[in-house]
Design a protein around this ligand. Structure first.
Ligand SMILES: *[C@@H]1O[C@H](CO)[C@@H](O)[C@H](O)[C@H]1NC(C)=O
Ligand SMILES: *[C@@H]1O[C@H](CO)[C@@H](O)[C@H](O)[C@H]1NC(C)=O
Ligand SMILES: *[C@@H]1O[C@H](CO)[C@@H](O)[C@H](O)[C@H]1NC(C)=O
Ligand SMILES: *[C@@H]1O[C@H](CO)[C@@H](O)[C@H](O)[C@H]1NC(C)=O
Ligand SMILES: *[C@@H]1O[C@H](CO)[C@@H](O)[C@H](O)[C@H]1NC(C)=O
Ligand SMILES: *[C@@H]1O[C@H](CO)[C@@H](O)[C@H](O)[C@H]1NC(C)=O
Ligand SMILES: *[C@@H]1O[C@H](CO)[C@@H](O)[C@H](O)[C@H]1NC(C)=O
Length: 499
């Protein structure tokens, strides 16, 4: 008894020391506690049950907080009673973000979670992460309890890697009772959904009253064309949404599925935000044209993200999307992810024209990985960037594009010459044909940029045939730069000759 007490004490101190370390060294993003809100990120820290109890001690007295935002995923937790008890004392809580996924939490915990939800009478926003947790019955019970929370108007439920095959997805149907919902986000990545699964989503979208914000993340399922038909019929009842995010990575929806989906999306004329993820769906040039047609109707968009990467189309599909983007008059944020297609330097020239038209973007994210743009294309992209007057966030991925010195230096020089310096820049020039000489010149430009008050500059420069001496020199130079993250390696110079 005595010995085990001492052991526990020792263990406790050890864990407490660990938590203190998180708090001391990374205090800004690991744990922030004040009288109104608590923020904790302990993702993957393996703190175990006892570590969780000690973490609870750090915040248990802040009973008046209105916001609790915590990520406890992947921590080897089996018992979370202390956490649930602590949270149940936060009577003023309005916003709860609780990520508990990927922990071996006992199935018997389900009723305790339900009890907590009942007690949080003032909750308005609930984000609950149940990835890989409990059994089907347990999860269904929790969803039922959520559906009875009458004040919650913003709801996010994450069920990543949860088996929702066959009719198991019906467990989401009680959510249709939440007449007050304005925002619904369902994260159903890798849930074994098939084309018939979307019937339930259709029913849910049909029964819910009008939402403003809708997020459906169906990444890595197998819903196919038929599934898209049902889903689109559901979306038809939510035409008023203002913000829509649909992620369909690897669902084989093809150009026919794209036609159905985009025909409904095109009727959502009040959309200000549209994020659509169609990577790896074989949409082809024709599918891209359906996207373009829909965009033609969406003249209120200010935040657009299109991910049509991976062997979806050639120049024609790309061209139709770009021409449609050019006509959107109120765009402030543009994300275009078209890696592994064939837009070529002609495509980069077209991008330049579009950027000239949209010269007041605040966010620009371009992923042109492996699109055969070459030096001419890189220079076009650079010229397009030069038109930007208000950029705050720039991310440019030109990996695998056969760019040599001229194009690479042009791009960096353009970023250097931007009249309005973005706060955050992420540039990727990996796997191109850039020499030692140009690499040093590129780093000199970047060095100047980092001295002009950029908050973060990330530069990825992998798979380039540099000599070791140059690589070491670049790394050495980079160490003297502030707010700079440099990811570099080198490959033997003979690499390209062998190609
Ligand atoms: C919480 O608020 C109440 C009044 O609403 C106050 O009496 C109490 O001291 C507060 N507690 C803490 C820990 O701030
Ligand atoms: C919960 O129950 C399921 C099956 O009903 C089981 O596979 C799983 O291992 C149980 N979880 C724990 C942590 O015991
Ligand atoms: C868009 O908003 C207007 C004004 O609120 C409304 O009259 C119209 O019906 C909405 N459009 C759709 C497609 O819901
Ligand atoms: C993709 O969908 C098409 C048409 O719906 C079908 O013919 C094809 O077999 C599907 N491919 C895969 C890999 O599921
Ligand atoms: C797409 O739809 C057309 C017309 O409805 C049909 O002829 C064609 O077979 C469909 N293609 C696929 C791949 O399902
Ligand atoms: C960097 O800035 C210095 C001083 O402003 C200037 O002399 C130099 O030419 C700049 N280097 C490059 C590569 O633009
Ligand atoms: C260059 O560096 C790599 C990795 O740091 C090393 O494996 C390689 O042997 C070096 N090449 C020469 C020629 O020193």
């Amino acid at each position: 008894m005595q010995l085990s007490y001492i052991l526990w004490l020792f263990f406790g101190i050890f864990i407490a020391y660990n938590i203190k370390l998180y708090m001391d060294s990374k205090v800004y993003y690991e744990m922030r506690i004040d009288k109104d809100s608590i923020f904790i990120n302990l993702f993957g820290k393996s703190i175990g049950n006892y570590g969780l109890e000690l973490a609870c001690k750090q915040f248990q007295d802040y009973v008046n907080v209105t916001k609790f935002d915590a990520n406890f995923q992947l921590n080897g937790l089996t018992n979370i009673q202390q956490l649930l008890l602590t949270l149940s004392r936060f009577k003023k809580l309005k916003e709860l973000n609780l990520q508990l996924g990927i922990n071996p939490i006992q199935n018997t915990t389900v009723p305790n979670i339900q009890a907590l939800l009942i007690q949080l009478q003032n909750l308005e926003t609930l984000n609950l992460g149940l990835d890989n947790l409990f059994n089907h019955e347990g999860r269904s019970e929790i969803i039922k309890s959520i559906s009875e929370m009458k004040k919650v108007h913003k709801l996010q439920i994450s069920l990543i890697n949860t088996d929702l095959s066959d009719d198991k997805i019906n467990m989401l149907l009680p959510l249709a009772q939440m007449r007050q919902l304005k925002s619904l986000e369902l994260i159903l990545m890798g849930c074994s959904l098939s084309s018939s699964s979307t019937k339930s989503l259709q029913t849910l979208l049909y029964k819910l009253p009008k939402l403003d914000n809708l997020v459906l993340n169906l990444y890595g399922n197998k819903i196919q064309v038929d599934g898209i038909d049902d889903l689109s019929a559901g979306l038809y009842h939510q035409k008023q949404v203002k913000e829509l995010e649909i992620e369909l990575y690897f669902n084989n929806i093809t150009s026919n599925g794209t036609e159905t989906l985009m025909s409904v999306t095109g009727q959502m004329t009040n959309l200000t935000k549209l994020h659509i993820g169609l990577e790896f769906n074989y949409i082809e040039d024709q599918g891209a044209k359906y996207i373009a047609q829909a965009l033609g109707n969406l003249q209120n968009l200010n935040d657009l993200s299109i991910n049509a990467a991976s062997k979806n189309f050639g120049f024609l599909g790309y061209e139709s999307i770009l021409l449609a983007i050019e006509k959107l008059s109120t765009l402030q944020s543009l994300q275009l992810i078209i890696g592994v297609n064939k837009c070529g330097s002609r495509g980069a020239d077209l991008l330049k024209k579009v950027l000239y038209k949209h010269d007041k973007l605040k966010t620009l994210i371009l992923d042109y990985t492996e699109n055969y743009i070459g030096d001419a294309g890189a220079s076009f992209v650079g010229e397009g960037l030069l038109s930007q007057k208000k950029l705050e966030f720039l991310k440019l991925n030109l990996n695998f594009n056969s760019i040599s010195d001229r194009g690479a230096v042009d791009v960096v020089k353009s970023i250097h010459n931007l009249k309005h310096q973005p706060k955050h820049i992420d540039l990727r020039l990996s796997q191109n044909k850039i020499t030692d000489k140009a690499s040093k010149e590129i780093l000199r430009y970047i060095s100047n940029i980092t001295q002009q008050g950029v908050e973060l500059f990330e530069f990825e420069f992998l798979g380039t045939a540099l000599t070791n001496a140059t690589r070491d020199d670049l790394v050495q130079t980079s160490k003297n730069l502030n707010n700079f993250i440099f990811i570099v390696d080198t490959i033997p110079p003979s690499y390209w000759d062998e190609q």
